[in-house]
Design a protein around this ligand. Structure first.
Ligand SMILES: [Fe+2]
Ligand SMILES: [Fe+2]
Length: 262
């Protein structure tokens, strides 16, 4: 029987986006069906496999998206979202593969199901781009999305504090406005994709917050204090309002925490 670590590592190293999305969903399915042994015999790679395009640029060098209503602006929006979901597949796989041995099968099952969701989100957005006559890789993309993984590779609590509880939570804040803009422009299909993503992301943040709280309890630390300390130490940017308080609350994030860091 192949091991869980081998299967996750292979999906992480897969450079082709479509094949990586397929592999992520296959690992989640195979693990749920008992087809992978719970053995961590290979390390996770420092950097995941990725295709030659998109070209990655620092945010300061990214071309302006232009007017939201133009065809070019629309393609740039869906391309940026597709890139976020592509990296999100790797972030979820790495969470499961890197910290699974210490955290156990429930943790691995949770983050493999997140990885499967991200793979579905990526597939929906890649299809959306194709329907607009473009494709993932056609435009440059943000180079910094893997930085958080590198910065927190040494500590599962730091990883949880930054990736689901800051970065994915940020998605909850910004997606409703994008969704409204897309719907107002008459793109109902695009609006439905964003609704689905928003629903799933609430669950992802909740999964992250739940495991973070459990780890803090085991370590005898206050979850609120440890989260604030880890975010200050490992997250470069500011945790910025406006916050989507209701989505954050359904994800299990308390306003006292993030308002204090903002
Ligand atoms: Fe996602
Ligand atoms: Fe997510």
């Amino acid at each position: 029987m192949p091991t869980i670590a081998q299967a996750i590592r292979a999906a992480l190293l897969e450079p082709d986006p479509r094949a990586k999305a397929f592999a992520a969903r296959a690992v989640a399915r195979d693990f749920a069906a008992g087809r992978l042994s719970f053995v961590f015999d290979v390390p996770m790679p420092d950097a995941p496999g990725r295709p030659e395009t998109p070209v990655l640029l620092p945010p300061s060098q990214m071309p302006k998206r232009g007017k939201g209503g133009s065809e070019r602006g629309r393609i740039a929006l869906w391309h940026a979202l597709a890139h976020i979901e592509f990296v999100a597949i790797d972030l979820a796989l790495d969470m499961a593969g890197r910290f699974g041995a210490e955290r156990g099968p429930g943790f691995v099952a949770d983050f493999l199901s997140v990885a499967a969701d991200e793979a579905m989100h990526f597939a929906l957005l890649a299809r959306k781009l194709r329907s607009l006559g473009s494709h993932y890789g056609a435009l440059p993309a943000h180079s910094g999305l893997w930085d958080a993984a590198r910065e927190t590779a040494h500590d599962v609590a730091a990883r949880l504090a930054v990736v689901p509880m800051v970065l994915e939570a940020r998605g909850l804040d910004v997606t409703p406005a994008t969704l409204e803009r897309v719907r107002a422009a008459g793109d109902e299909n695009g609006a439905r994709i964003l609704e689905r993503i928003l629903d799933d992301e609430i669950r992802h943040v909740r999964v992250g917050a739940t495991h973070f709280t459990a780890i803090c309890a085991e370590r005898g630390e206050s979850a609120e204090n440890l989260w604030k300390m880890l975010v200050r130490r490992h997250f470069g940017g500011a945790v910025k309002p406006p916050f989507n308080d209701s989505a954050r609350l359904s994800a299990g994030l308390s306003r006292d925490w993030y308002a204090g860091v903002a």
